[in-house]
Design a protein around this ligand. Sequence first.
Ligand SMILES: Nc1ncnc2c1ncn2[C@@H]1O[C@H](COP(=O)(O)OP(=O)(O)OP(=O)(O)O)[C@@H](O)[C@H]1O
Length: 230
Amino acid sequence: MSNEPLVVVEGLRKVYRSGPNEVVALREVSFELFPGELVAVRGRSGSGKTTLLNQIGGLDRPDAGRVVVAGHEVTAMSEESLLGLRRDVLGFVFQSFGLIPVLSAAENVGVPMRLVRMPVAEREERIGMLLALVGLEQHVNQRPYELSGGQRQRVAIARSLANRPRLLIADEPTGQLDSQTGRQIMELLRALVRSEGVTALVATHDPSLITLADRVLEISDGAVREAALA
Ligand SMILES: Nc1ncnc2c1ncn2[C@@H]1O[C@H](COP(=O)(O)OP(=O)(O)OP(=O)(O)O)[C@@H](O)[C@H]1O
């Protein structure tokens, strides 16, 4: 692991306001992530996990503080630059998979590659490689509704790696899966972080997933602290 952090989070604060009500979702959160790490964010429902991941991925803006990913100051970027960052530097995996129903597994994985106009031959090769990497070489032509939940999440993970991201952001990736399938998905993420050299930040309350992390960040009522590994 290098000493240069890939992600720097400094003094992040996020307040949701609706009328006279305020919810402080993040309270001056600061931490760093280093290249090649798999870091879990653990916390109860409503503790601020999704809010934190959304600020880091540039899907929402904080009230104070800053986020730097691979030298890009996410919190200071225009919407247009953020689109580029999400396409080129970040990979996202969500609890609900987020696949396009009318497209096959292979076509879903190819969507981000089309966005960067990857040449067809390279695209076809990379789709095949990624679907093999997640163990779906026998299912390339199936659509999401023809796949199991675990297989859908494998497609989503393959898609998240399409453009060789530096940082993978996964929000409860095992949330819709039974515990055994969830464990397999987490083991897959663990293996991919090693083989692809990607850094991953994974929100979860699944204890079996926590044991596979290099570090655990505990979030409670919007405050983050480093937790000791079990
Ligand atoms: N758009 C919003 N408007 C108002 N309050 C919000 C909004 N989004 C989240 N919150 C509040 O901010 C706090 C943190 O929510 P967040 O979704 O980040 O938690 P979480 O840890 O991801 O929860 P879960 O595990 O249930 O997904 C909660 O109190 C939530 O009610």
